[in-house]
Design a binder for this molecule. Sequence first.
Ligand code: FE2
Length: 285
Amino acid sequence: MTRVRGVERILSAYATVEGAGVRLHRAFGYYEVPQFDPFLMLDDFRSPRNEDYLAGFPSHPHRGIETVTYMLKGCIEHADSMGKSGIINAGDVQWMTAGSGIIHSEMPKAVDGRMGGFQLWVNLPRANKMMKPRYQEIRSKAIPTVSPRKDVSIKVICGEVNGVKGPVKDIVADPQYLDITLEPDTTFSLPVKEGYTAFAYVISGEGSFDGKEEYRISNRDLILFSDGSSIWVQSFGKGFRFLFIAGKPLREPVSWRGPIVMNSSEEIQKAFAEYEAGTFIKKNA
Ligand code: FE2
């Protein structure tokens, strides 16, 4: 029997500063642990102003997590300790598993005067925190679009919709990462695995996830869903576009300092000591 998920919490992304002075909006993060388990943070760096983001994110380490960058406009130039570098362009996704450790830089650039995208942090379970680092770099043309009905279109980045699988594979948290657009005045139901943490983050337009006009939500609002086997969504007159993200909770202790997330404070201290000593990057990396 279908059990429609309710709205457990509504958050609005707040302005904050990260990296070398990038002004961005954070939908959730450190203070929300463990409500979004296995997800740790969602940053929204859409901005019309060069000066908000040009300082970028110079060389910094990650360990114990995955970072998922999804660009809507502009690009990010990245380079890392494995000697790898590249550009994440509009519509592309980079799913980076930091595992035992990566040191990298991420520098946003405008294209035609525009830049914007999102970075999600996904936690790794104890058994995978020190795994070999890896990337899944997905170009926009490799991301399938599914239209379960003519007024709904879904880009499937990770997970499955109507039998169509997204190109990102073998992620421990078994996540679903979708970019969903509804035409104006449409309703739609999407099946979601029971017991998985699920949330929606609004990109544009207006909509509701419980049919109540007083909960009409819009750009930069986030809905955390209660448990159930589906979500129900309604768009209003401007249409509605949102990220839908779900994943299996890890239910492990979280010890988090800056860009490194482990299970204990001893592991955090060890990671920072290794970073200072120049032994952070492991031979298998
Ligand atoms: Fe990073």
